[in-house]
Design a protein around this ligand. Structure first.
Ligand SMILES: [Zn+2]
Length: 163
């Protein structure tokens, strides 16, 4: 089969992708038949130009299959694109963000397809109290460090003065 079920690497929803990226012998056979049909239609007899028509049919088939594969690859639910992720992870992140933002702001989009946030584990954030404590601790540490530095600098300055 040219398509199969898979799970999105980001939102973990099941979806269908086309696994076929290039033409198969069956597509070649169909291209031969199409070329012969076009030949009979245009010239009503055998014509060597059928080879050009055949090459054109092959090109169209290959283009169609490659484009179909590429277009159906991004997840329809969250917009995650594995090929883009391999090339440029930052851009892939931006794409997922814009897709999720779009779905957030358009009520009608929630109704179609699956919720991309459904299977995501929430990122744990420190509470406000914990954050204040952390900030206070880092402030105290900074003060202590600056005091230490100024104390260390004084004797060296005096030493350099005495010489
Ligand atoms: Zn997804």
């Amino acid at each position: 089969m040219s398509s199969e079920q898979c799970y999105c690497a980001f939102c973990k929803h099941q979806r269908r992708i086309y696994t076929k990226r290039h033409i198969t012998p069956i597509n070649m056979l169909l291209s031969v038949l199409a070329a012969f049909a076009i030949m009979m239609f245009l010239w009503q007899e055998f014509d060597p130009r059928v080879l050009i028509v055949f090459a054109f049919c092959l090109m169209v088939a290959e283009m169609f299959i490659t484009i179909r594969w590429r277009v159906t690859l991004p997840c329809p639910h969250c917009g995650f694109d594995p090929v883009l992720y391999m090339r440029n992870p930052k851009k892939a992140c931006e794409k997922v963000n814009t897709t999720i933002d779009l779905r957030r702001h358009q009520a009608s989009r929630w109704l179609k397809g699956k919720n991309p946030m459904q299977n995501l584990t929430p990122r744990s954030r420190p509470s406000v109290k914990e954050e204040l404590k952390l900030r206070e601790a880092s402030r105290v540490a900074e003060e202590m460090l600056s005091r230490q530095l100024s104390e260390e600098q004084k004797p060296t300055l005096m030493n350099s003065d005495s010489h």
